[in-house]
Design a protein around this ligand. Structure first.
Ligand SMILES: Nc1ncnc2c1ncn2[C@@H]1O[C@H](COP(=O)(O)OP(=O)(O)OP(=O)(O)O)[C@@H](O)[C@H]1O
Ligand SMILES: [Mg+2]
Length: 490
């Protein structure tokens, strides 16, 4: 299978996929095959030295981008390509593995002596939180990890100190906690050495897709891997850096490339565009030339993109977004997310984005979720059948209560509103529903026809030409380069 598919790569893609260069940076525009080449390179490195027992690891930053890369490797090389120890994971997973190694080898000690941790995406899906500037944190005191607290400039949803200490003592933490500890640990010289040894003995190659989403700790981890002598490939497009709000440092990528002495290869041809119109649009955007995007009706559109989830719900009743908003830990919202998930599974075969958080908020395990499915389907049928939102809400709350110990407050305007939104979608045949995603979730993916929800500022930006140094402009750029055939504004 792999051999036949290899015929398709262009000479420059083949070189990028197969070059024996040990430090490589592949920079290219959307649709030029960055992820395709990453997937090929994974297989090349994976099957090249069968006698080397060490892992080939490919990473990306979000779950959706990582899933995309994994799917490409599987279809190019077959499932066996990712048999352990080889793997395709988020960089967060690699960061956790480094901390776990330090705990296993007793270089660092976690409260309660844990050497394996349960790492949560956020506390708020699991514990009650308060909206406050006081955030409980973990810190390094010598070799011992301890709990403490700090005051942030901006308020956030944070655990109370007592709950935090109990959770940490039980071996729970968030990815942010893991990152904080590793960041502090990296300033301890023998720890750096220990991690370099760990990389050198366990891993032979590291491939990083979407490198411009990396923050300074991620970049430090890649640099450690380079110091350990691993084959390193980093892949990305500076025009597609979207995670400034989460601390990404696209500005530091050139420093990594220089310090690790990486050779740069470019991929110059793009394969995504199937119409001259889409090709012209992509070219004009990247050259910062003034341009416009036609607005049109949604018929025939495969996906609608917006910066946030909320505007997607107000775009058109046929647009079914994969989330109401990012998980907040609210039990009512979690209940409606379970309902949404049944609908997105039926309509698109995709899970609601935060369904795992919702299940955690409602303290539902796999079995409880499976038992709830037919009841949720019956509630959806009722919701489609008659406009009794209050009655349906009571049904939903009662159904969840049969499996969940979490308290779900009664009727609430925003809960009724979510059911109303779901009902408007249920009034359309599934075939008419259109997938709604945020630009972040759509990154790295492609469809034939993509509608982009425009703000007034987007139209103005296109009018003068996009500025690569402006993150909002880059978001617009990513959204407008997802379509193979046509992009349109709504
Ligand atoms: N040599 C080729 N011939 C034909 N199609 C190709 C070739 N290389 C890549 N493609 C196709 O082009 C499309 C874009 O490729 P890919 O997603 O790898 O690009 P990318 O550079 O990672 O894009 P993005 O910047 O959006 O992440 C995919 O459908 C892929 O299968
Ligand atoms: Mg890609």
């Amino acid at each position: 299978m792999a051999e036949a598919a290899l015929d398709r790569l262009t000479p420059e893609q083949l070189i990028a996929a197969g070059t024996p260069l040990t430090r490589l940076y592949i920079e290219a525009a959307p649709g030029s095959g960055k992820t395709t080449v990453s997937a090929y390179r994974f297989g090349v490195q994976r099957f090249a030295l069968a006698s080397d027992p060490r892992a080939v690891v490919a990473v990306s930053f979000t779950r959706s981008a990582t899933a995309e890369l994994r799917a490409r490797v599987r279809s190019t090389w077959g499932r066996a390509a990712i048999n352990p120890p080889h793997r395709i994971v988020t960089l967060d997973t690699v960061v956790y593995d480094l901390l776990a190694h330090l705990l296993h080898t007793n270089k660092l000690r976690w409260p309660g002596g844990h050497t394996e941790l349960e790492v949560l995406d956020t506390w708020k899906a699991h514990y009650p939180t308060r909206y406050t500037t006081r955030e409980p944190v973990v810190e390094l005191e010598g070799r011992q990890i301890v709990t403490a607290h700090t005051y942030r400039h901006a308020k956030g949803n944070h655990l109370g100190q007592h709950d935090f200490e109990t959770a940490v003592n039980d071996g729970q933490c968030t990815h942010d906690n893991v990152r904080a500890i590793l960041e502090q640990a990296l300033s301890v010289p023998d720890i750096t050495g220990c991690l370099i040894d760990y990389f050198a003995t366990t891993t032979r190659a590291l491939i990083v897709d979407e490198i411009f989403d990396a923050n300074s700790l991620d970049l430090a981890v890649v640099e450690l891997a380079a110091q350990a002598g691993l084959h390193i490939t980093v892949v990305g497009d500076p025009w597609q850096a979207l995670y400034g709000f989460r601390g990404a440092r696209p500005d530091l990528v050139p420093t990594l490339i220089e310090r690790a002495e990486m050779a740069t290869l470019q991929l110059t041809a793009s394969f995504r565009w199937r119409t001259s119109h889409q090709e012209d649009l992509a070219t004009a955007l990247r050259r910062s030339e003034p341009t416009t995007v036609p607005s049109a009706v949604l018929d025939g559109v495969d996906v609608v993109l917006a910066r946030e989830w909320k505007p997607l719900w107000n775009t058109d009743p046929r647009v079914l977004p994969l989330a109401f908003r990012s998980a907040s830990g609210n039990t009512q919202e979690a209940a409606s997310t379970l309902l949404l998930n049944r609908l997105t599974r039926s309509a698109f075969g995709e899970h609601a984005t935060y369904v795992t958080d919702a299940a955690a908020t409602l303290r539902l395990d796999e079995d409880a979720r499976a038992r709830l499915e037919p009841r949720l389907d019956a509630i959806l049928a009722r919701l489609a059948d008659k406009e009794d939102l209050t009655g349906t809400l009571a049904d939903l709350t009662a159904a969840i209560a049969t499996e969940s110990s979490a308290r779900i407050p009664g009727k609430h305007p925003s809960q009724i509103e979510r059911l109303r939104q779901l009902r408007t979608r249920l009034l359309h045949p599934f075939d008419d529903l259109i997938l709604g995603l945020t630009t972040h979730q759509a990154k790295g993916r492609e469809w034939d026809a993509v509608a982009v929800r425009f703000e007034a500022s987007d139209t103005r930006a296109l009018h003068v030409g996009l500025d690569r140094d402006n993150e909002d402009h880059r978001k617009l750029y990513v959204a407008l380069t997802r379509a193979r055939r046509r992009s349109l504004a709504v």
